[in-house]
Design a protein around this ligand. Structure first.
Ligand SMILES: NC(=O)c1ccc[n+]([C@@H]2O[C@H](COP(=O)([O-])OP(=O)(O)OC[C@H]3O[C@@H](n4cnc5c(N)ncnc54)[C@H](OP(=O)(O)O)[C@@H]3O)[C@@H](O)[C@H]2O)c1
Length: 329
């Protein structure tokens, strides 16, 4: 029997419970991992509360990211063996392959042998954040030296990954956060500029920072009315990625800015990259190399033991975190 986190109905953090269940052996193409650490994501609290891209079937598992040691592999698995230290790239269906618990069973394509210089806690905080930011910024927008990149909700794990990636390729990361509380930490994390959106005029600040030119790329997980100010602060031919829905407001289309500046506004999820074997492999290689050289380094906000999974979700929803919340097993 293994301790697995499941939920039996939609609701707040309190619906998460640890069930003792028999986990079947890995099927063809699957790998069974004894987990050491779980990386938490906003997508999991959205899934738990019925607000995600897919709906749970009860009782439902959840969770996208983990690190640990391989216990067993199913037939057809190549390049991986029991005893390997690995981490998990988010598999598409978190209901089916949810990793919260002592055991995670996932398709082998999503299992990576990471650099052993990473601790289990760090390794559980790699793939969602860097793969998401890499896909939009490097693979699609080809961000490079000289680009200004606006990163709303920059204190989120994905936001911090985006700051590190911008610095790696020589672009200028402009972080936004709602209040000044996280300003100092964002500057220390590598942001060239920080704008507190509830305290400053976002569009005016973006124009001032970019010398009137505007930012070529916006990487936004918030949405809502702020999109209008973001678009106003963008450069001719800019691209705005909408990759999350943190704001409860409807998101308007910034028609006038889009018309006058030929802006592109597009939705984006990391599965766009993971679903293409060539782009997935290229992204994985880039991230592994940068992790090995220390150019990318996950920032950990706080850790909780598995028994405190409910408190860990409550903490995530408090928005106090700076970086990744990790649960140790
Ligand atoms: N498309 C994809 O493939 C993909 C992949 C991964 C994550 N995501 C999305 O990316 C976002 C960040 O994910 P994460 O797991 O890294 O999140 P996280 O670490 O939980 O990020 C939380 C931060 O977002 C900001 N925030 C929260 N609610 C907000 C609101 N209503 N308005 C403005 N800012 C708000 C807060 O920053 P301040 O307090 O500093 O303002 C907060 O600290 C989520 O929306 C998630 O769904 C998308």
């Amino acid at each position: 029997m293994s301790r697995i986190v499941r939920f039996h109905k939609i609701g707040g953090p309190e619906v998460l419970q640890i069930d003792n269940i028999e986990v079947p052996p890995p099927a063809t193409g699957e790998v069974r991992i004894k987990t050491k650490a779980l990386g938490l994501n906003r997508a999991e609290s959205m899934f738990r509360s019925g607000q995600y891209l897919t709906q749970p079937k009860f009782p439902s598992r959840l969770g996208y990211e983990a690190s640990g040691i391989i216990e067993a592999v199913g037939s057809g698995v190549t390049g991986l063996a029991p005893g390997d230290t690995v981490s998990i790239v988010p598999p598409i269906d978190q209901g089916k392959y949810g990793v919260y618990g002592e055991i995670a069973t996932v398709p082998f394509q999503y299992v990576v042998k990471h650099p052993l210089t990473l601790s289990f806690v760090e390794a559980a905080a790699v793939w969602m954040q860097y793969m998401t930011a890499y896909g939009a910024l490097i693979d699609i927008a080809a961000v490079t030296k000289g680009d200004f990149v606006v990163i709303p909700a920059a204190s989120s794990s994905v936001g911090l990954a985006a700051i590190q990636l911008c610095k790696l390729v020589g672009a200028t990361p402009i972080a936004t956060t709602r209040t000044s509380a996280k300003r100092k930490a964002l500057l220390e994390a590598g942001a060239a500029f920080v704008i507190a959106t509830l305290e400053e005029d976002l569009a005016a600040k973006l124009k001032e920072i970019t010398g009137g030119k505007g930012a070529r790329v916006v990487f936004d997980p918030v949405g809502g009315n702020t999109v209008l100010a973001l678009a106003e602060g963008m450069a001719q031919g800019g691209i705005l990625f909408q990759y999350g829905a943190l704001s409860p407001e409807p998101t308007p289309f910034p028609l006038m800015a889009a018309l006058t500046k030929s802006l592109t506004m597009r939705g984006y999820v990391l599965f766009e990259i993971l679903g293409n074997p060539v782009r997935f492999e290229k992204a994985k290689r880039f991230i592994l190399d940068a992790l090995s050289s220390g150019k990318l380094k996950p920032i950990i906000a706080k850790t909780f033991p598995l028994e405190e999974i409910v408190e860990a979700h409550r903490y995530m929803e408090s928005n106090q975190q700076f970086g990744k919340i990790v649960v140790t097993v």
